[in-house]
Design a protein around this ligand. Structure first.
Ligand code: A3D
Length: 320
């Protein structure tokens, strides 16, 4: 069987890390696409040379033309610009919306059968726009945020309780912003829900509250430390987990930004919920039971996402 083809649209910090991880895992042949000339070719050659040491039989190629992504099985999109000091939220949306238009049209023309994972921020709005611009089926276009946010939540819980990260299952719902909803009742440490873990003395209520807050602000914590960019290792690993579930038909349930049509009482938008990812893309949305508090937090987060989508519609009338 031919190797899978993975197109990475955007070859910056996350794109380069994605290429490295995909090559190490021999997940497929990699195309690193970027508008910057030379950089994707340089990264591709560097990692290709590393495969001689790793011993994986995959090819890597840098590209500046969409023709090179032809027939890709998976496209992972990180193309765009980061928010710079003095740039408003709407300025960022305006710039990255234009990038999503170019990327969406490129994917539509050259890789219409791909499973597309968007990472570009503001995530929930950009994945929504990317689906519209590409015209690909909604179950084949998803956003990566929940896997990362949940990974942060899980890591902080492991660090605090001393329980192996393998025995922690953490979930976040909602948009990728400070009002995301870490699902305390549905997350488990060694099989105990977090309220039960508090009762069992594994961590205090105050420590749990601080972890929830730290999870919500996890992206900003890394930005403040790095000073010149945002997280890239954990975001890349998160997108690879989603790509792997699709390519290997693992049917993992992963929190992703997916198109909702009635689930959680919502329609016509992308927002983070647990989704079963298999060979057909998003095969099922898992609906968690929510209490009044969780409903209220989820509603607030959804309203933020709706605000971002409205801003996109205001900027580009073709999306309205
Ligand atoms: P960066 O290293 O700047 O890479 C972005 C790349 O996009 C650069 O190499 C650009 O040259 C390239 N680019 C710009 N415009 C285009 C275009 N039109 N076509 C193709 N390539 C283009 O950023 P990064 O890799 O650190 O982050 C990428 C994106 O992911 C940013 O929008 C981040 O905000 C976002 N991000 C999201 C999360 C989530 O959890 C959702 C986490 C971390 C980063």
């Amino acid at each position: 069987m031919a190797r899978a083809k993975i197109a990475l649209i955007g070859a910056g910090m996350i794109g380069g890390t994605l290429a490295h991880v995909a090559a190490r895992e021999a997940l497929g042949d990699v195309i690193l696409f970027d508008i910057a000339e030379g950089m994707p070719q340089g990264k591709a050659l560097d990692i290709a040379e590393a495969t001689a040491v790793i011993g994986t039989d995959v090819s890597l190629k840098g590209a500046n033309a969409y023709e090179d992504i032809a027939g890709a099985d998976v496209c992972i999109v990180t193309a765009g610009v980061p928010r710079k000091p003095g740039m408003s939220r709407d300025d960022l949306i305006g710039i990255n919306l234009k990038v999503m238009k170019a990327v969406g049209e490129g994917i539509k023309a050259h890789a219409p059968n791909a499973f597309v994972i968007c990472i570009t921020n503001p995530l929930d709005a950009m994945v929504w726009a990317l689906q519209k611009f590409s015209g690909l089926p909604k179950e084949k276009v998803v956003g990566m945020a929940g896997v990362l946010d949940s990974a942060r939540f899980a890591y902080f819980l492991a660090e605090k309780t001393g329980v192996s990260i393998q025995d922690i299952h953490a979930w976040t719902l909602g948009g990728h912003g400070d009002d995301m909803v870490p699902m305390v009742r549905h997350s488990t440490v060694g099989g105990l829900s977090l309220p039960d873990a508090v009762s069992a003395g594994m961590l205090s209520q105050g420590e749990l509250d601080a972890i929830v807050e730290r999870t919500r602000k996890g992206g900003g914590e890394i930005v403040a430390l790095l000073k010149t960019g945002s997280a890239f290792y954990a975001p890349a690993e998160s997108a690879i987990a989603m790509a792997r579930s699709y390519l290997l038909d693992q049917k993992r349930v992963l929190p992703c930004a997916v198109w909702l049509s009635g689930e959680y009482g919502l329609s016509d938008l992308y927002v983070g919920v647990p989704a079963l990812i298999g060979a057909n893309g998003v095969e099922k949305v898992i609906e968690f039971s929510t209490n009044d508090d969780e409903k209220a937090m989820f509603k607030k987060s959804v309203e933020s996402v709706q605000g971002l989508i409205q801003a996109c519609k205001d900027i580009d009338a073709s999306l309205a």
